[in-house]
Each structure stands twice: as structure tokens, then as C-alpha cells.
Design a protein around this ligand. Structure first.
Ligand code: HEM
Ligand code: HEM
Ligand SMILES: [Fe+2]
Length: 443
């Protein structure tokens, strides 16, 4: 590392890994629930497991992004973080709020709006926490020597994510209005501002790993941002088809969301081209795997599998089925999980000075986790198509159909086991790198 204060990133990533473990555990609980093995039902009913699964997902990714920002911003701005002890306070308060929310979910203390289940009272603490985070970054950028495009895009994405959390705090009696604004958070996060965060991290990694000129890499970043906003904002309409709003959204949502894959395609072309152009000399091969992997798998998961059900004619049948889970798993994995693994893999040797870049465990972690998620996603796809046909087209009862899907859920469990094995290996590497040391400072 170049600046001592970058060390704080490590602790955010450690929190990330902890929450990821919880997410995976509750994923298995749900997987077995789907097979009729619901022995934990009394203590952890399906809705609790689902809420824990998706909220730990969001928070471990956010903690991953925060770590990334604390690592990247000082290096880009060429200065130490502004008041690093505040970053530790931010970490501790984030953890406390997270634990309170997770515990609360087990006692039915929740809001019940998918992805935004954190109780309203805790929302205010989340907001305060994020304001502290953004102030630390802003002050660092202001006092720094340089204001690079990469740093500004990353910061802009994080500010956007914070602002878009606010519509999710509004409360309505009308289901339509509630849904309308819920998507401002959920959709405009993953198909808007989070893409900027991803783009910023990707740009940083490509600059470091390929050695291609910053000017070239940052030009592509503008293209990605342009395509993201052009398609993603009005693309929100793909969630408004049948929720009781104006029918114009059928056309607007259909057209603009069908353009959204272009932004992800641009990211793939960007990363692959920069890699080809670069000197391929960087010793941290696994960081390159995860970086290129994120750029490619995000296009498959978000772009291709998103397109698969984004037209109103299709979504009429697929909405809220396992087809959505097929897409949700690969999109979150490719775009956001993999970019977090990429930045951690890149940063760890720099933080700790232990340079075991390319060990077998690291390679297995990459391949097993990716093979595992592809198996899971294929099983969700098969189950989803069968569900749509039997339940939505032939009109069979929901539960009768779910029972017909048992074989697919065994495949989900097999894929999840391979995925989890890979991720355990990743975490073993994370732990083995040890704690960051001041000796690892580069001169
Ligand atoms: C041990 C591994 C995992 C298992 C067994 C698992 C299983 C499941 C199950 C059974 C559901 C609910 C399906 C339903 O709608 O009834 C679900 C939902 C979900 N999971 Fe996982 N999962 C795992 C890992 C992951 C990972 C690594 C991610 C993200 C990178 C993820 C993201 C999601 C998302 C976003 C949803 C909600 C999807 C939607 O909106 O419909 N899961 N998962
Ligand atoms: C990395 C980016 C993306 C992520 C993480 C993501 C994740 C998700 C998740 C978790 C859901 C379920 C949301 C819920 O029910 O609350 C969802 C729904 C949906 N996504 Fe994406 N998505 C991404 C990009 C895209 C793109 C680019 C498209 C279109 C090309 C798309 C099309 C859709 C559609 C149509 C739905 C609604 C499914 C339904 O009606 O049940 N997504 N996405
Ligand atoms: Fe969306």
C-alpha cells in the first residue's frame, strides 16, 4: 500500500466476509425449505431466511464497496485518509446496526419490502453512518493532490447510492406508490449508481493491472456511464408493467430496459480490450481473473439473463418466479460480488506484504465458486421455466408445482455446495494473508 490509512479497508472486507458466511448459511436453509426439509421453521421461517439472505447480501456488498473506497480514494488523491479514526467509528456503528437488524429479523422486526426490510427506525442510523462515510471520502478528495476521473466516478456512485436510499424511507398506504418508490432504490441502485461504483473500481483495477494509460481507460469509463444512464433510468419501467401505473411504462420500460445490456457489454469489451493491450506482466494473476471475470459474468447475469425476461410480454408470465432468481443470482454475483473479490484480491498482498499471488487455493476458489454459481443458476432457470409453464400457463396450484420442482432444487444444493467450497477457500486465503502491517508500506 502507499498510505497507512488504507489499512482500514481490511476491516470492512473482514466484515464483508463475515456477512457473506451468514448469507450462504441462510441460502442453504432456504434451499432445504424448498425441498420440504424445514426443521428450523419454528425459529427461522422461510421469510426470515429470505430476508437475512438478501439483506446480508446488500450489506456485505456495501461493506465491500466501502473498503474499496477507503483503499482507492487515498491512492488516487495521493494523500492519507481524512481522520482515519472516524472510519473505524463508521465501521463499528455499521456493524452494530447490522447486528441489530439481523437479530430483529428473527423477531419479526422488519418492514416487509423486499431488499429494504431493515426497520424504519434503523434507517436513520444507516443514513447517519453513510453521511459520515461520505464526509470522510469528500474531505480526503478535497485535501488530496489529484482529483482523478476514477475517484470522482467512484465517489459519485456512492453519493448517488446514499441519495437513492431516501425514497426507500418514504411510507405509503397505497401498494402501488410503495412499489413505485421501492424500485427507485432497488432498480436505480443495481442498474444505475452501483454500476458507477463498479465502473470506478474496474477502472482502478485496470489501470493497476494492465499498465494501459489512465487516459485510455478513463475514456471507456465515460462510455459506460453514458450508456448506464441512457438506458437504466427509464429502464426502471420494466418494474412498472402491471403494478397499477400508467400503461405508457409498458413501452418505455420495454424499450429502455432492453438497451441496458449495452452498458454491461461495454464493460466486458473495455476490460477484455485493456487486458489485450496491456503488458500482462502483473504478478497478481488472480486479481486479473476476478477483474475480467466480473466484467464478463456481469454481462451474462445482468445483460443476457436480464434481457430474457425484461419485455412486458414475457414478464407478464415470469414475474416473481424462479426465473427472477436465476437472473438475480448471476447478476449480483457477476457484477458486484466478483468486483468486490477482485479489489480484495488485488489489495491484500499490498496491505500485508505477503505476496502469495497465485496459489492453488486461490485458483480453486475462483473456479469452484464460478462453476458452482453457474450450476445453481442453470437449475433456477430450469425450475423457473417449468414453474412458469405449469403454474402461470396451465394454472396448476402454486404448492403442487413447487413439489414438482424438487429435482431442480437438489441441483441448486449441489451447485451451492461447490460455490460455498470455493468461497471457503477464498476466505482461508483472506485469513492467511494475515493482518495489514505498516512494513508493507511502499516507498
Ligand atoms: C449457498 C449458496 C446459496 C443458496 C443455497 C441460495 C439459495 C437461494 C434461494 C433458495 C433463494 C430463494 C428462492 C425463492 O424465491 O424461493 C435465494 C434468493 C436470492 N439469492 Fe441466493 N443462494 C445462495 C447464494 C447466493 C449468492 C452468492 C447470491 C449473490 C451473489 C445470492 C443472491 C440471491 C438473491 C438476490 C435472491 C433473491 C432473488 C429474487 O429477487 O428473486 N444468493 N437464494
Ligand atoms: C447488476 C445488475 C443487476 C442486478 C444485480 C439485478 C438483480 C435483480 C434482482 C435481485 C431482481 C429481483 C428484484 C425484486 O423482485 O425485488 C431483479 C429483477 C429484474 N431484473 Fe434485474 N438485475 C440487474 C440488471 C438487470 C438488467 C440489465 C435487466 C434488463 C436487461 C434486468 C431485468 C430485470 C427484470 C425484468 C426484473 C423483474 C423480474 C420480475 O418481474 O420478477 N436486470 N433484478
Ligand atoms: Fe430493474
Amino acid at each position: 500500500m502507499k498510505y497507512k490509512s488504507q489499512k482500514v479497508a481490511y476491516w470492512f472486507w473482514a466484515l464483508s466476509m463475515l456477512l457473506l458466511s451468514i448469507q450462504l448459511t441462510y441460502g442453504f436453509i432456504m434451499g432445504f425449505d424448498h425441498l420440504g426439509y424445514d426443521g428450523l421453521h419454528k425459529w427461522i421461517p422461510f421469510n426470515t431466511a429470505h430476508t437475512v439472505h438478501i439483506n446480508t447480501l446488500v450489506v456485505w456488498l456495501l461493506a465491500g464497496f466501502m473498503g474499496a473506497a477507503y483503499y482507492i480514494i487515498p491512492e488516487e488523491a495521493e494523500t492519507e485518509l481524512w481522520k482515519p479514526f472516524l472510519a473505524y467509528i463508521q465501521l463499528i456503528t455499521l456493524t452494530v446496526v447490522g447486528v441489530a437488524a439481523l437479530a430483529g429479523f428473527h423477531f419479526n422486526w422488519w418492514e416487509g419490502r423486499k431488499f429494504l426490510e431493515i426497520p424504519h427506525e434503523l434507517d436513520y442510523l444507516v443514513a447517519l453512518n453513510v453521511i459520515l462515510f461520505l464526509v470522510i471520502l469528500l474531505m480526503t478528495i478535497v485535501k488530496g493532490k489529484k482529483k482523478t476521473t476514477t475517484a470522482l466516478v467512484l465517489f459519485g456512485g456512492l453519493v448517488g447510492a446514499a441519495l437513492l436510499y431516501l425514497p426507500g424511507m418514504l411510507q405509503f398506504d397505497s401498494q402501488t406508490l410503495d412499489s413505485f418508490f421501492r424500485w427507485w432504490v432497488v432498480h436505480l441502485w443495481v442498474e444505475g449508481v452501483w454500476e458507477l461504483i463498479m465502473g470506478g473500481i474496474l477502472a482502478f483495477l485496470l489501470i493497476k493491472l494492465t499498465g494501459v494509460d489512465r487516459e485510455v481507460i478513463e475514456k471507456w469509463l465515460y462510455v459506460v456511464i453514458g450508456l448506464t444512464f441512457l438506458s437504466g433510468i427509464l429502464g426502471t419501467g420494466h418494474h412498472y408493467y402491471y403494478i397499477g401505473v400508467n400503461k405508457i411504462w409498458l413501452i418505455v420500460g420495454g424499450i429502455f430496459s432492453a438497451l441496458e445490456p449495452l452498458a454491461f457489454l461495454a464493460m466486458t469489451l473495455w476490460a477484455v480490450n485493456m487486458y489485450r493491450k496491456g503488458q500482462k506482466k502483473h504478478p497478481n494473476k488472480m486479481a486479473i481473473y476476478w477483474t475480467l471475470g466480473a466484467a464478463i459474468v456481469s454481462f451474462l447475469g445482468a445483460g443476457v439473463l436480464g434481457l430474457a425476461h425484461t419485455l412486458p410480454q414475457v414478464n407478464l408470465y415470469t414475474h416473481g418466479t424462479l426465473v427472477t432468481d436465476m437472473h438475480g443470482h448471476l447478476a449480483f454475483w457477476g457484477a458486484y460480488a466478483m468486483i468486490v473479490f477482485a479489489i480484495i484480491t488485488y489489495a491484500m498482498p499490498n496491505l500485508t506484504g505477503r505476496k502469495f499471488y497465485d496459489n492453488v487455493r486461490g485458483r480453486l476458489a475462483f473456479w469452484l465458486s464460478n462453476i458452482g454459481i453457474f450450476i445453481m443458476v442453470s437449475a433456477f432457470a430450469a425450475a423457473g421455466v417449468a414453474q412458469v409453464y405449469l403454474e402461470r400457463m396451465l394454472g396448476y396450484d402454486f404448492i403442487d408445482v413447487q413439489k414438482k420442482l424438487y429435482p431442480h432444487f437438489w441441483v441448486v444444493i449441489i451447485g451451492a455446495t461447490i460455490l460455498t467450497t470455493g468461497l471457503i477457500l477464498y476466505m482461508i486465503n483472506f485469513i492467511k494473508y494475515g493482518l495489514p502491517t505498516d512494513e508493507a508500506l511502499e516507498n
